[in-house]
Design a protein around this ligand. Structure first.
Ligand code: R1P
Ligand code: URA
Length: 265
């Protein structure tokens, strides 16, 4: 029996992390962070096959508005997002759109509205690693424009813009991170710096999706729902409707574009 290679530990065409194999992945893929959102969105699709879940990776493939579509969760942050992207691409994905939440850094982007990311800045370790492989944190202009057009068609507020990604939810986003009585937490001033660089939102995966995706030949984009607003301190307690609208917008963008007639990126 052939031994599994440590340098490339796939077996019979199946990757070491995603719970699926050859033929399971569509060319168009949506990647939420949270595995629970994969099953939440499954009831909006038809002919769904659920491949189950391994670690933070839950995967389904079905059809949405007549187009084959995979939804695969990435978990939070860089390392697991890189694994998902590389294994998805090797299993046949061509276009990947992250669908997730962020906090707006500008007062007039209200919770429940959407951002089609055109580029990302940040300090994530995984994106830094992939810059050496030629990755740049730029979205495919076709995908970003397709997302804005689809949202407009559906009557949902969606603007293009640059976001900041970070490896840290607490200290790296200027949130309290200690509960030692009487102490005040050190303040990193990260949010002010992201705002000064022109970012309109903050979250934890877009820089990785765009940089890794670019380096491995995927067309990528990110559609983010505004879950919170750091300028007004608003927070969306129930974001199910926002998550469902992410599928409606991104699914429509995929189904209303004839990708075969278009060139990269
Ligand atoms: O809404 P999702 O995709 O989970 O993404 C956001 O939420 C998580 C933090 O709570 C981070 O992954 C961040 O990027
Ligand atoms: O404030 C937020 C909201 C979503 N995701 C983040 O990383 N931060």
């Amino acid at each position: 029996m052939a031994k599994t290679s440590a340098a490339f530990p796939w077996k019979n065409g199946r990757p070491p992390h995603l719970p699926c194999g050859p033929g399971d992945i569509a060319e168009n893929v949506l990647t939420p962070g949270d595995p629970d959102r994969v099953r939440l969105l499954a009831d909006m699709m038809e002919d769904v096959t659920d491949f189950g879940r391994k670690r933070e990776f839950a995967v389904i493939t079905g059809t949405y508005e007549g187009q084959r579509l995979t939804i695969c969760s990435t978990g939070i942050g860089g390392p697991s997002t890189e694994i998902a992207l590389v294994e998805l691409a090797m299993l046949g994905a061509k276009r990947v759109v992250r669908i997730g939440g962020m906090s707006s850094l500008v007062a007039d982007y209200a919770v429940g509205t959407f951002i089609a990311v055109d580029s990302a800045i940040g300090d994530t370790g995984t994106a830094l690693t992939y810059r050496a492989a030629g990755g740049k944190a730029q979205a495919s202009p076709q995908i970003s424009q397709g997302l804005v057009n689809a949202a407009t068609e559906l009557g949902l507020a969606c603007r293009p813009g640059m976001v900041a990604s970070t490896d840290s939810y607490y200290f790296g986003q200027d949130r309290r991170f200690r509960s030692i009585e009487g102490s005040s937490d050190p303040y990193g001033n990260f949010i002010d710096r992201f705002q000064a660089q022109g970012a309109i939102g903050v979250e934890m995966e877009s820089e990785i999706i765009l940089t890794v995706g670019g380096a491995i030949g995927l067309q990528t984009g990110c559609l983010l729902g505004v879950h919170g607003n750091r300028a007004t301190d608003e927070w969306l307690d129930d974001y199910e409707t926002t998550q469902r609208n992410l599928l409606r917008i991104a699914g429509r963008a995929f189904s209303s574009t004839d990708w075969e007639l278009r060139s990269q990126p």
